[in-house]
Design a protein around this ligand. Structure first.
Ligand code: ZN
Length: 275
């Protein structure tokens, strides 16, 4: 498949869900073989597993003292549109804006601007069965020429068991919003996070239902959002992903463990990594 970039720069502004700061991001066209890179305070931060500096409630990248927070929904959009090369300039705050909690704003801004470049890119293919786990949560993958991700989980509050399978159609996941549980808000705030969170950008779930007046966009919106997050985290591999993945209760930390494992295996040329 051809490498891709965007034909014009795009500017998007909004607040960060964790910092509450107003941030402006500008996505620029970029040359072939330069990849996806964030640019903040004059420092380029490649979207790669080697630059992950945090996975607690968001995926954060950094280089030295310069960090960019909550990159996952934007990376998911780039992955879904197969944009291989772009520079994302981050100004004002350090956090990618949360918008409405989903990837919709990024997707709709970028969709019409995608252009093929001359050089090819190889997809990142899973070459053997891979598994990572932490407590009851696990992520398993097997080789497939498809891009298929299933999320299964038992959620708190009114949600119960949820399941969703993505089979390559971006529209199935771009509208799914960030969510949290009412009983966790105090803890999240005590960690200095969630400062920009509100019902305008977060689905808040309680024991008896959803706080947001418009309700859920899909009955399994949280499971779809978990898939969106994983699509974003997988793009740290630097190429469109090929394989069949099942996440059972995973989050950013486990996603990162998974990405690190297959990234390392690909570098070592290992056929299979089980366990
Ligand atoms: Zn998310």
């Amino acid at each position: 498949m051809r490498q891709r970039t965007i034909k014009d720069k795009v500017r998007i502004e909004g607040i960060g869900i964790h910092t509450g700061e107003r941030t402006r991001i500008t996505l620029h066209p970029a040359d072939e073989n330069t990849g996806v890179r964030f640019l903040r305070k004059g420092v380029y931060i490649p979207a790669s597993p080697d630059h992950v500096v945090g996975t607690f409630l968001s995926t954060d990248l950094g280089c030295g003292s310069v960090t960019v927070k909550t990159v996952e929904h934007l990376l998911a959009t780039l992955h879904l549109l197969r944009i291989t090369n772009t520079v994302i300039e981050v100004e004002g705050g350090c956090e990618i804006p949360i918008m409405d909690g989903s990837a919709y704003a990024f997707y709709s801004e970028l969709k019409g601007l995608v252009v093929d470049q001359t050089e090819e890119t190889e997809p990142f293919s899973v070459t053997g069965k891979v598994r990572v786990s932490s407590g009851k949560a696990s992520i398993e993958a097997e080789p497939c020429s498809c891009f298929e991700i299933t999320y299964e989980g038992v959620f708190k509050g009114c949600l119960g068991e949820q399941r969703f399978t993505f089979r390559g159609n971006a529209e199935d996941v771009i509208l799914a919003r960030t969510f949290c549980f009412d009983e966790d808000i105090e803890f999240i705030r005590s960690k200095g996070l969630g400062r920009g969170g509100s019902l305008d950008n977060t689905l808040v779930i309680g024991r008896n239902g959803v706080y947001n007046r418009e309700g859920l966009r899909y009955e399994n919106e949280p499971a779809r959002h978990k898939v969106l997050d994983l699509i974003g985290d997988l793009y740290l591999l630097g190429a469109p992903f090929r394989g069949r993945v099942v996440s059972r209760g995973g989050g950013h930390t486990l996603n990162y463990m998974f990405v690190k494992k297959i990234h390392r295996a690909s570098k070592l040329g290992l056929e299979s990594l089980r366990g």
